[in-house]
Design a protein around this ligand. Structure first.
Ligand code: AMP
Ligand code: GLY
Length: 418
């Protein structure tokens, strides 16, 4: 089977690493890929992921049997719809189904109509009524902008003044509507499910650390580390979340004529009254994918292919009884201004530690040199019989990498290990 993987981050390196092990793999390409991915797949550079028709033609010319889409933007923009029109199978939802990530309002309304547990909410198209509502309910309260905001559209306001400021910010930056949500209290966990119409298959759980610094302090980032499974998401809670949240969502999407096919990533709040949906993403998490792939015992390629072709019910999904943890090695200054182009060495030494895998997230090759090329640069990942062992190995690996311009958190996994 000839496969094209789209994306260039650590998530895509983890997918590439796993896909490349498939006996069913034929020609394997990555667009654009990165230096880590290039060890297992042929890089295809110079095609922006927004150039859908160019991608479709490229797939035809290269007899691609399956396209695996890593990031959300091409999904929300309808790449899978265009591939389908050309008869090319793809792993990932159509634009109509990707609204579960692309529009918070769509998802909130879907939850309301189908009795899916989530924070109570109200929506406003002007700042004044939103502010009046905030004054009447009080804080803490959550203010959200609609649309793909790369994690920047949410303010958890601890007082009314902060909430009103956030509301004004949404309209000042061109927003048409603001979403005000009840503040949910609890621990957060991520649940991944493969979905093919009404078929929902659990595909692992994880927890991540969104803040830049130790102790979960500092600015929000795309994620500074993750581990899987998430011990707080017990089998009972997972089963309940699937029954009360994921399955009704899959059914509702079918009823709307927009069946979901792909991985559905549910951000859950484990509240005193049970799991509630915080948000959906229509793709694997980054860095959560990096801790799912090393735990997957089954061949990934036939699984993704089954989802793409509507045969998920026939796929075999088995997990190794191990834990995995990943530490994100980021450029100093991330998520703010940071430099790129500094030398990194020691990856081979780190990768030689038992159980350790180093995924590239933002690197570049200049001749024989490996240099940083982004905010999140490496994902030092390890598996172990226990989460503690996975963590010890990941940190041993991270300590062997020589990159003075980088930093990483020292406390990934603390919630699960305290
Ligand atoms: P989102 O982009 O919707 O996932 O929100 C980003 C983060 O804001 C989440 O991971 C939560 O930590 C927090 N958050 C969002 N909505 C709520 C809510 N209703 N109650 C409490 N925290 C929330
Ligand atoms: N790590 C959070 C995300 O991928 O959205």
């Amino acid at each position: 089977m000839n496969v094209l993987l789209l994306g260039s981050g650590g998530r895509e390196h983890a997918l590439a690493w796993k896909l490349a092990q498939s006996p069913a793999m034929g020609q394997f390409y990555a667009m654009p890929g990165n230096p880590g991915i290039a060890e297992v797949a042929e890089p295809v550079e110079g095609v922006p992921l927004s150039a859908h028709q160019t991608i479709v033609s490229w797939c035809r010319e290269h007899a691609i049997d399956l396209v695996v889409v890593g990031p959300e933007a091409p999904l929300v923009a309808g790449l899978v719809d265009q591939l389908a029109e050309a008869g090319i199978a793809a792993f990932g939802p159509t634009a109509a189904a990707a609204r579960l990530e692309g529009s918070k309002l769509f998802t909130k309304e879907l939850c309301r109509e189908n009795g899916i547990p989530t924070a109570a909410f109200a929506r406003f198209s002007d700042a004044e009524s939103a502010a009046a509502y905030v004054r009447s309910t009080g804080a803490p309260i959550v203010v959200k902008a609609d649309g793909l905001m790369a994690g920047k559209g949410v303010v958890v306001a601890l007082n009314v003044g902060e909430a009103i400021e956030a509301v004004e910010q949404v309209f000042a930056s061109g927003g048409q509507e603001v979403l005000i949500e009840e503040f949910m209290e609890g621990e957060e966990a991520s649940l991944f499910c493969l979905v093919d119409g009404e078929t929902v298959v659990p595909f692992g759980s994880a927890q991540d650390h969104k803040r830049a610094f130790d102790g979960d302090l500092g600015p929000n980032t795309g994620g500074m580390g993750a581990y899987s499974p998430a011990p707080v998401l017990t089998p009972e809670l997972e089963e309940r979340a699937i029954r009360e949240i994921l399955v009704p969502t899959a059914r509702a999407m079918v009823a709307l004529g927009a069946p979901y096919r792909g991985v559905l990533y549910a951000g859950l709040m484990l509240t005193a009254s049970g799991p509630k949906l915080v948000e959906y993403n229509c793709r694997f998490g980054d860095p959560e994918c990096q801790v799912l792939m090393p735990r997957l015992a089954s061949d990934l390629l036939p699984i993704l292919d089954a989802v793409a072709r509507g045969n998920l019910a026939q796929a075999e999904v088995a997990w190794s009884p191990v834990s995995a943890l990943t530490v994100v090695y980021a450029s100093r200054g991330y998520p703010g201004a940071h430099q790129t182009g500094s030398d990194i060495t020691g990856l081979d030494t780190a990768g030689a530690v038992d159980g350790v895998l180093v995924y590239h997230a933002g690197t570049k090759k200049i001749g024989a040199r490996l240099v940083s090329n982004g905010g999140r640069v490496l994902n030092v990942t390890a598996v172990g019989a226990t989460l503690q062992e996975a963590r010890d190995r990941a940190y041993e690996g991270a300590g062997l990498i020589r990159w003075p311009e980088g930093f990483y958190r020292q406390d990934i996994g603390w919630r699960a290990l305290r």
